[in-house]
Structures are given as structure tokens and as C-alpha cells.
Design a protein around this ligand. Structure first.
Ligand code: HEC
Ligand code: HEC
Length: 296
């Protein structure tokens, strides 16, 4: 008989008189089996309540002790110069460069990271605001004064960062050593496009490197820092600030003493100068030879 019971499933109701007695055991066993979920639920609920309370306390403390931090992250306050610049930006530049200077598809590039140097250069030389789409935004009489260009530059700098001109106005070095060093650096880095005599020259597809006879110190410094259009960027790793000042010293000295050697040949550079000397000299020699031959 015992083997028979052992083989039967525990809850088998067709077990005769022994059935109810054994059937009650599994029922009692079921009851404790239901209780643990209730305990677990309670434990989970109280854990959740504690978590919510802890989060509320941490959140409250954070806003109490760090209101400045959250504010600074959301809207960095602009300096008063940048506020003025923002107003100018929103009247003329926003159509092409977008509300937060993020650029407008098909109209103008993003200015995030362009820096105040690029803005000073573009606005101070009259290239911006651009009148119409063309191969190269030309230099033209500026729409804004250089001070206004600096204000717009401060705004773009504060929202997006980027290269900046150094403080102060000492941007040229005209000591003797600096001028010759500047000349050397100019011939290596700049003359390929701007010509030895600063006259500028044509580049490919309708673009050109302008003459440098009308550029202020800030313009030249900003051009080197930002590399407008096809001009390469000369960051402080390529040309140190002192080297930049020497180059500016050289350019402005060349601009100031107009051709000390006499007739400048439109400053076409040493090769055309040599060619002219050669041609003039050869013609003179030929005539001299003919004259001598005719006499004898
Ligand atoms: C009609 C559209 C237009 C307007 C208006 C305009 N820009 Fe631009 N801007 C352009 C385009 C297109 C370029 C890119 C071509 C180029 O560099 O010549 C550009 C380039 C620039 C750059 C050079 C970006 C770089 O990465 O070097 C700066 C800086 C700039 N603009 C600033 C301004 C400011 C400041 C104003 C307002 C005073 C302004 N622009 C108004 C169209 C415009
Ligand atoms: C690959 C050719 C190239 C080289 C090299 C180059 N530039 Fe330029 N540069 C240009 C072009 C192109 C422009 C005109 C950009 C524009 O209109 O947006 C320019 C513009 C300038 C301007 C602005 C002139 C104005 O009237 O507004 C200055 C200043 C300048 N360059 C200085 C330099 C100096 C200094 C060097 C050497 C350290 C140099 N450039 C090297 C191509 C060059």
C-alpha cells in the first residue's frame, strides 16, 4: 500500500478516506507560499518610498546650494559689450548665420568656434555683412566701425569661443632685427600668394589674394589667426605671436617707405626687376657693340 501512496500524486482526490487528510496538507502548504510575495511587495514599496524621499532631499539641497551653477549652465550671462554686439548681430547677420550663430543652410556658415578674430576681420574689412553670394566676399567700405566689429566679435566669442586677438595695440615690432626676420618669414609664408612687394595676386577659380598696402595691424594679425577663404591659418604653433608682430612690422615698414630704391616697377618683385635690368642692359650692350663695330 505504501508504495501505491508514494506513487500517487500528492493532491490526488480519488484516494478514498485518507484523501481529505492528505489533501489538507498541500492546502496548508499553499498558504505560506502566498505570504512571501506580500512581504516582498511591502519591502519593495518602502524601498521605493525611501528612494523617492532621498532623491527629493538631494534635489532640494542641490537647488538650495547650487542655484548659480544651474543658471550658468543654462544661459551664460553676456558681458555688456557682447550684449551690444548681440543687438547688431540680430539686425544684420542673423538672416545668414542663424539665431544662435549655428549657420543657415545655403546662406552662411556656422560661426560657432570662428572666434572674435574672424568677426573683427570680416566685419572690420567690410567683407561682412555680405551683400550677395559670390566666389569671394570682397573687401569694401565697412558697414560698421571697428569698435562695433569688436562688439559683435565679443558676442560670437562668448557664445562659441575661437581664436582671439591679443590684448592691447602693440601688434607690430619694428626693431631692426624684427624687420629683417619679418621679411624672411614673409617671403617663406606669405609671398607665394601676396607677392614679394605686397601687391597680391590671382588664385584659382576667380579668387585672389588681395594687396596688403591698405591693411591695419589688427587686420593683418586677424587674417593670420583665422585664415579667411583660401588663406591658410597661421596659428600660434606655426608663427608665434612675436613672429606675427615681426611680419606686421615688415609689411607696414614696406608700406610706409615707398620704394626707397627709386622706380618700383609696380612692386612686381625681384624676378621681373631682374628681367627688366637684363633686357635694358642687353639692349644697351648690343647698341654699344654695334656702335664700336661701326667706328672701326
Ligand atoms: C548675405 C548673407 C550674409 C550676411 C548678411 C552675413 N554673412 Fe557672414 N558669411 C556669409 C557667407 C556665405 C560666408 C562664407 C563665405 C566667406 O567666408 O566669404 C560668411 C562668412 C563669415 C565669417 C567667416 C567664418 C569663418 O569660419 O571664418 C564670419 C566671421 C562672418 N561671416 C561674420 C558675419 C557677421 C558678423 C555678419 C553681420 C555683421 C555677417 N557675417 C553677415 C554670409 C553672410
Ligand atoms: C595660399 C595663399 C595665401 C597665403 C600663403 C597667405 N594668404 Fe593672406 N590672403 C589670401 C587670400 C585668398 C585672402 C583673401 C581672403 C578673403 O577675401 O576672404 C587673403 C587675405 C589677407 C589679408 C587681408 C587683406 C585685406 O585687404 O583685407 C591679409 C592682411 C593677409 N592675407 C595677410 C597674410 C599674411 C601676413 C600671410 C603670411 C603669414 C598670408 N596672408 C599668407 C591668401 C593667402
Amino acid at each position: 500500500m505504501s508504495w501505491k501512496l508514494g506513487r500517487r500524486p500528492a493532491g490526488d482526490r480519488s484516494d478514498g478516506p485518507a484523501g481529505p487528510g492528505r489533501g489538507s496538507v498541500p492546502r496548508r502548504l499553499h498558504l505560506p507560499a502566498f505570504r512571501p510575495p506580500k512581504g516582498r511587495l511591502r519591502r519593495r514599496l518602502s524601498a521605493a518610498a525611501r528612494l523617492v524621499a532621498a532623491l527629493a532631499i538631494v534635489g532640494g539641497l542641490y537647488t538650495m546650494f547650487a542655484p548659480g551653477v544651474t543658471q550658468a549652465e543654462d544661459t551664460p550671462p553676456l558681458s555688456s559689450t557682447a550684449e551690444q554686439g548681440k543687438r547688431l548681430y540680430e539686425t544684420t547677420c542673423v538672416i545668414c548665420h542663424g539665431r544662435n550663430a549655428q549657420g543657415v543652410e545655403g546662406r552662411g556658415p556656422s560661426l560657432i568656434g570662428a572666434g572674435s578674430a574672424a568677426v573683427e576681420f570680416q566685419v572690420g574689412t567690410g567683407r561682412m555683412p555680405m551683400a550677395r553670394q559670390e566666389a569671394q566676399a570682397d573687401r569694401k567700405p565697412p558697414h560698421y566701425t571697428w569698435d562695433q566689429a569688436r562688439q559683435i566679435g565679443a558676442y560670437i566669442q562668448e557664445i562659441g569661443g575661437g581664436p582671439q586677438l591679443p590684448e592691447g595695440d602693440r601688434l607690430r615690432d619694428t626693431s631692426d632685427g624684427a624687420i629683417s626676420r619679418g621679411g624672411e618669414l614673409f617671403r617663406i609664408n606669405c609671398s607665394a600668394c601676396h607677392a614679394f612687394g605686397l601687391g597680391g595676386g590671382a588664385l584659382s577659380s576667380g579668387k585672389y589674394a588681395p594687396a596688403l598696402d591698405n591693411s591695419t595691424d589688427r587686420m593683418i594679425y586677424a587674417a593670420m589667426l583665422t585664415g579667411p577663404q583660401n588663406m591658410p591659418v597661421f596659428g600660434d604653433n606655426q608663427l608665434t605671436p612675436d613672429e606675427k608682430r615681426a611680419i606686421i612690422g615688415y609689411i607696414q615698414t614696406l608700406n610706409e617707405d615707398k620704394d626707397p630704391g627709386g622706380f618700383g616697377l609696380s612692386r612686381l618683385g625681384p624676378v621681373p626687376e631682374a628681367l627688366v635690368i637684363f633686357l635694358v642692359g642687353m639692349v644697351a650692350l648690343v647698341f654699344a657693340t654695334l656702335w664700336i663695330a661701326g667706328k672701326s
